[in-house]
Design a binder for this molecule. Structure first.
Ligand SMILES: Cc1cc2nc3c(=O)[nH]c(=O)nc-3n(C[C@H](O)[C@H](O)[C@H](O)COP(=O)(O)OP(=O)(O)OC[C@H]3O[C@@H](n4cnc5c(N)ncnc54)[C@H](O)[C@@H]3O)c2cc1C
Length: 438
């Protein structure tokens, strides 16, 4: 397909954010009588879903300690629930289980969820949590868990199916998605606006606005925009931490066991919620070898061909070769032992599951900001960036908010994620979770 010489709205990246923005912007333009999907192109150097969105575990949850994240996630779940078929969304709920150190955080999350009307319940006390979990899974046997947040909304979606659902919605609105078009530079002019994107297939003038939604390639675009690779961060106490790297890469470790998916069901035969288990109980393999006696955590869900999930990610540093994505993944060699031991620790049905661990590359690299939270902001007068710090498959509603902002509205949901927060110290609170994304 020939590439157009210009487009009113140019979106870079056909992942969850670029596609959601394309679709929702088309709807907004039409609703306001300002145009249609024909005014939008989405460019991808490869094809839709070839970045992080196509390999995401697909967990959709609200459990965030930070009020702004939780409120944004509620809006995102609303989008998932609006068309579960097209988005391949499984509304099975989500259960977060924690050790004593996480009690206060999860209780605070549950209280906020009650205030904002997100359906969930909180269970506190080791015996109470055990009874709740045994009600769901009679073979539940995890130790050291004293708090459980059971979200009745959320669940998970199938990654590529949801991307293709968005592709269909974009195309139905007349949005053109151009695969194999790599943005290699930006024509920045004197007033700091971007006049055109330079691609491997030629130059495309930007009529109105450019949206950059590049997933793990955030740092490359940060560079193209001439933005600083290190920043000073004002902390809430007023101290300034100098020269922090703006971008760091983490490797998300994930894996799968090949079992009959229906063997992972609730006591009444229903689909199981996504489980996220953190505990400080010592973890042993089924053969009795100690894996760790420190706080550990895993998450898992029923998948199409088995049970899939992950554990804590590993930092890989400030620089990494991302292409071909996600081939750079270096999973900890001990990961399969740990994840399978943890599954078995949780439920006796998973005893011996190490033997059916699927030996295929899984997981991938994500780009994280200096405070591990997204930057959703105009970084140039006509350039809006969606840089989600690897939180974002679940954030399908961000594109809906961005569409409104592009047309001049204020979004109170996106405002807390402006870049200026690093300078003003208006940072998000930090939880006691071992993960960079809670
Ligand atoms: C292993 C793994 C598991 C995850 N699990 C979850 C989860 O369970 N739940 C959750 O909410 N989040 C999860 N995430 C995070 C989530 O996947 C990402 O935050 C989200 O998918 C990012 O979406 P995106 O649209 O910004 O980027 P992407 O989906 O990465 O899309 C960016 C696109 O930009 C294109 N692109 C890059 N450079 C250029 C260029 N120069 N020119 C043109 N196109 C370009 C790429 O080809 C790509 O298709 C996970 C991430 C990983 C890596």
């Amino acid at each position: 397909m020939a590439i157009p010489a210009s487009s009113s709205y140019v979106v870079v990246g056909a992942g969850i954010h670029g596609l959601s923005t394309g679709f929702h912007l088309a709807k907004e333009l039409e609703a306001r009588g300002l145009g249609s999907g024909a005014d939008i192109i989405v460019l991808d150097k490869s094809s839709p879903g070839s970045g992080a969105s196509g390999i995401a575990c697909g967990v959709v949850r609200n459990n965030y300690y930070q009020p702004a994240m939780s409120e944004l996630m509620q809006a995102c779940v609303e989008v998932w629930e609006s068309d579960p078929v097209a988005y391949a969304f499984n509304s099975v709920g989500y259960v977060a289980l924690g050790a004593q150190v996480q009690e206060a955080d999860l209780i605070a999350v549950a209280e906020r969820q009650e205030r904002i009307g997100y359906r969930s319940e909180i269970i506190v006390g080791e015996a109470e949590v055990d009874a709740h979990m045994k009600g769901l899974f009679p073979d539940w046997r995890a130790q050291g868990v004293t708090v459980c947040l059971h979200e009745r909304q959320g669940g998970f979606a199938f990654n590529m199916a949801s991307v293709m659902g968005l592709v269909g919605k974009c195309e139905a609105e007349g949005v053109r998605i151009l695969s194999g078009v790599e943005v290699t530079g930006l024509d920045l002019v004197a007033d700091d606006t971007v006049r055109a994107v330079l691609t491997n297939r030629g130059r495309i003038e930007v009529g109105e606005q450019l949206v950059i939604a590049p997933g793990p390639w955030a740092k490359q675009f940060w560079g193209m925009l001439g933005l600083p690779m290190t920043i000073d961060i004002r902390t809430p106490s007023g101290d300034v931490v100098r020269d922090r790297p703006m971008w760091t890469y983490w490797n998300l470790q994930e894996g799968e066991i090949s079992v009959d998916p229906l063997s992972f069901a609730t006591a009444d035969g229903g689909p199981p919620p996504v489980i996220h288990l953190d505990t400080d109980a010592p973890l042993y393999t089924d053969e009795g070898k100690l894996v760790t006696d420190e706080l550990w955590g895993i998450y898992f869900k029923r998948d199409r061909h088995g049970v899939q999930g992950g554990a804590s990610p590993l930092v890989v540093g400030d620089d990494i070769e991302l292409d071909p994505y996600p081939a750079t993944t270096n999973v900890d060699p001990g990961y399969p032992d740990m994840w399978c031991a943890a599954l078995s620790h949780a439920m006796s049905r998973f005893e011996g599951c190490r033997a059916v661990y699927k030996n295929a590359r899984s997981g991938g690299v994500g780009a994280f900001t200096a405070d591990n939270f997204p930057v959703f902001d105009y970084m140039k007068p006509n350039v809006y960036t969606i840089l989600d710090s690897n939180h974002g498959y679940k954030m399908i509603g961000v594109g809906r908010e961005v569409a409104k902002v592009l047309l001049g509205d204020h979004s109170s949901l996106l405002y807390p994620f402006r870049f200026e927060r690093f300078e003003t110290g208006d940072l998000h609170p930090v939880s006691n979770s071992p993960y960079p994304w809670s």
